[in-house]
Design a protein around this ligand. Structure first.
Ligand code: MTE
Ligand code: MOS
Length: 776
């Protein structure tokens, strides 16, 4: 690969080529620097959070004298120590105090921080608080919350199109049901961490593991009561974010900064895994009530759906997350008449947040459940029902939010996967196997994904970059996106290498910092390379334009005769090295630095009306999974998975495949083994890998064939016609749930939809088998 990079071809292929992640070797040799690896200046202090051991209560008194007196303790931070606003709500709703003053709203809620000479001392001291409280009744899940008359934590969304009443009245079949879809812990390898270093005046620098440095900056400024220009937030990389560091780092960034300014010493805060899991938000679990009407062919006529989510004690990002669930409740299917409503419920649990797919996957699972219901009711292969309901030409191309689907490639994509996975023959063989086999049962399912790309908050769809070309020809690249393992920095560097036609090794990828690119959006909604790739291209083009003007003028040729060749520039008939041109341009006082900018065109969204074009385009994919289930124990395994996924013209196929594989496995984990469990008192009892099971390497499909739809080109003018890849393939994991469902249904001769709730743990699979066998 190294040879290739320096060869002529490789530069031209800087985009659309299989470059490995720029930090791959550092990742595997342990030399990649994460926040906790930054050398600590002498005098660094360590903070730890003290948390509540009740679920919902009024605080009568909080006695921290024993905490203060503990060995190594420098002091404590409470709400009283906050000079600015005691609020870190990411949407400005003012409903998320850093530390509460009178009301405890969930078990494990941070109440204060201890600052000590060592992390161990701080952690031990945090246990010594004495509290008097008046306990209040609590509601833990959306149904309890509704029964208790709890409010929506944020405004619900309603999407409506067509005439639902007539749709239901005229259809020959109708099914109503309820689906429970569980939440998910992010389980990033690197947990939450922030490290603040005080400066002169109001200044503070915060190194923070965050997907959203600008937000961390604004929150720290807000909490300290200083302008944003006093606060710098840096992040070189995260050891995974998955949405869990889009807003949840605010608490840690603010605590570290508050303590650093209060004691004028560097302060680091890093919760242990148990506290990370109990004190920070997760994927929203949903209770979804659906009502679907359809005809003999399995074509959907009308859908009504209500999506109640466990949002937790504060709004956080629950508004946009529950909105996105509705935006994806159609998945790939046209609903002639539809009404969808979200119920973002306040609960006395940790505040749920962004997680890969951002509510979308919960919507997609509901769509696939309805397809299953129809298939079992009519005795059809679910794939046939899926195909019958795909978005189609005019008349069948409007989403529930009135965006037209113009780029649908699912028919081809699904058709190709159906063939390459040999779906029809294998399904037939499985039906025969199940008829013979008494206890071992098999299942197969092929499920599609359509995922909308863009932030639904339109103003988020902007990005900036900063490129310097130094006089020796080396290039410094900075952009507003953050690296969390997905390979964003590599992709953006590829774009810049392609623009200048230089070796990628010439480009220095630098940490994300609010000092270089301001007012950035979270690296989220899979938009990192779409937005930052374009912003970087803009900066590179500006510098190139200046170089071209300079060369044309200096050597008296037409600007069109200045051509960038691999590591060289042709000016008229002369070819000079890129370095030589840069050096000459510098001597002639050409500005060799540029800030780039990009905003996504053509998108708009009117939330009150439930209409618009919130998404610039859609990404598509499909997966086919086969499982085997031991119906005596409920245990199962994935025998084979085939995936065909659409990333447009891939910027980097090998990185994209990595994203597809990882997302599939993470999606499968969400729907199978990852179970969050709160006891009646409201304590999260699954707060470590010992009780919360993420997929292991041994849980990967025995046969795993992952392909990209190489013929796909983004019809929109995205960066090099690529498509976003971070989140859409997460929903490919749904084929595993659906395959399990088929295996379970076999015990009652496929007469009934097993209605498997997610996660379909072995226990749930066993219970479903028993229920169907008992004819209940
Ligand atoms: N891949 C890795 N390795 N680590 C991560 O934390 N986060 C996912 C996805 N892929 C994540 C990941 C999520 S939730 C999103 S939104 C996108 O990456 C963000 O990066 P992108 O916009 O550059 O794709
Ligand atoms: Mo991803 S959930 O948009 O960070």
């Amino acid at each position: 690969m190294k040879d290739q990079i320096t060869s002529t071809e490789a530069i031209r292929g800087a985009v659309h080529s299989d470059l490995r992640h720029d930090s791959a070797i550092k990742h595997v040799t342990g030399r990649a620097e994460y926040c906790d690896d930054i050398a600590e200046p002498a005098g660094t202090l360590h903070a730890y959070l003290g948390t509540s051991d009740v679920t919902h209560a009024r605080i009568r008194s909080l006695d921290l004298s024993a905490v203060r007196a503990a060995p190594g303790v420098i002091g404590v931070l409470t709400a009283a120590d906050i000079p600015g606003a005691n609020d870190i709500s990411p949407t400005g709703r003012n409903d998320e105090p850093v530390f509460p003053t009178d009301l405890i709203e969930f078990h494990g809620q941070p109440l204060f921080a201890v600052v000590a000479e060592s992390r161990d001392a701080a952690r031990r001291a945090a246990e010594l608080a004495q509290m008097e409280v008046e306990e209040l009744p609590h509601a833990l899940d959306p149904l309890q919350a509704q029964a208790a008359g709890y409010p929506h934590i944020t405004d619900p969304l309603k999407l409506e199109r067509g005439d639902v009443a007539t749709g239901f009245a005229e259809a020959p079949h109708r099914i109503t049901g309820r689906l429970n879809v569980g939440g998910q812990d992010h389980m990033y390898l690197e947990g939450q961490i922030s490290f603040a270093i005080p400066g002169e005046d109001d200044d503070v620098v915060v190194h923070c593991s965050t997907q959203h440095p600008s937000e961390a900056q604004h929150m720290v400024a807000h909490v300290l009561g200083v302008p944003s220009n006093a606060v710098t937030v840096n992040v070189r990389r995260m050891g995974g974010g998955f949405g869990g560091k889009e807003s949840q780092m605010n608490l840690f960034a603010c605590v570290a900064a508050l303590a650093a300014k209060k004691w004028n010493r560097p302060v680091k805060i890093r919760p242990d895994r148990d506290q990370d899991m109990t004190a920070t938000g997760k994927r929203h679990d949903f209770v979804i009530d659906y009502d679907v009407a359809f005809d003999e062919a399995g074509r959907i006529q009308a859908v009504e759906g209500e999506f109640a989510a466990r949002c937790g004690w504060s709004s956080d990002l629950s508004g946009p997350v529950t909105d996105r669930a509705l935006f994806h409740a159609d998945n790939a299917y046209f609903y002639p008449h539809v009404r969808l409503a979200s119920r973002p419920m306040k609960t006395n649990t940790v505040s749920n947040t962004a997680f890969r797919g951002f509510g979308g996957p919960q919507g997609v699972v509901a769509a696939e459940r309805m397809i299953e219901e129809i298939a079992f009711a009519l005795g059809k292969d679910p794939l046939e029902v899926r195909k019958a309901n795909f978005y189609g030409p005019e008349g069948r191309d409007l989403t529930p939010y009135h965006q037209q689907v113009t780029d649908n490639i699912l028919e081809r994509l699904v058709g190709e996967l159906e063939k390459s996975a040999d779906y029809q023959a294998r399904r037939k063989a499985i039906l025969e196997f199940n008829a013979q086999s008494r206890f071992l049962k098999r299942g197969i399912a092929l499920t599609p994904v359509k995922f909308g790309i863009s932030f639904t908050a339109t103003h988020y769809n902007q990005a900036g970059s900063l490129i310097h070309v130094y006089s020796d020809g080396s290039i410094h690249l900075n952009h507003g996106g953050t690296e969390m393992g997905q390979g964003l920095n590599t992709k953006v560097a590829q774009v810049v290498a392609d623009a200048f036609q230089v070796d990628i090794t010439r480009i220095k990828i630098t940490r994300t910092t609010t000092e270089k690119v301001p007012n950035t959006s979270a690296t989220a909604a899979s938009s990192g390379s779409d937005l930052n790739g374009m912003a970087a291209l803009d900066a590179a083009e500006q510098i190139k334009t200046r170089l071209v003007e300079y060369a044309a003028d200096k050597w008296g040729v037409d600007p069109a005769a200045v051509i960038f060749l691999p590591n060289a520039v042709k000016v008229g008939n002369e070819v000079m090295g890129f370095d030589a041109l840069v050096k000459a341009a510098y001597m002639a006082r050409v500005h060799l630095s540029a800030a780039g900018f990009y905003k996504t065109p053509d998108i708009h969204w009117d939330r009150a009306a439930g209409r618009g074009r919130p998404f610039y385009y859609y990404a598509y994919g499909a997966s086919c999974s086969e499982v085997s289930v031991d119906t005596l124990t409920g245990e199962y395994r994935v025998e084979r998975t085939d995936i065909l996924h659409d990333v447009g013209r891939s910027l980097n196929p090998v990185l994209d495949k990595g994203q597809v594989e990882g997302a599939f496995i993470q999606g499968m984990g969400w729907l199978t083994t990852e179970e969050l469990w709160w006891d009646k008192q409201g304590r999260l009892r699954t707060h470590a890998p010992s009780t919360y099971k993420i997929p292991l390497a041994s849980d990967a499909p025995r046969i795993f064939n992952v392909g990209l739809a190489e013929w796909s080109v983004n019809p929109e003018r995205t960066i090099k016609r690529s498509k976003a890849v971070g989140e859409p393939p997460f929903m490919l994991g749904i084929s595993v749930l659906e395959a399990l469902s088929m295996a379970v249904a076999s015990v009652a001769d496929y007469r009934e939809c097993p209605r498997l709730d997610a996660p379909a743990t072995p226990e749930r699979v066993l219970m479903a088998v028993e229920r169907l066998r008992g004819g209940k």
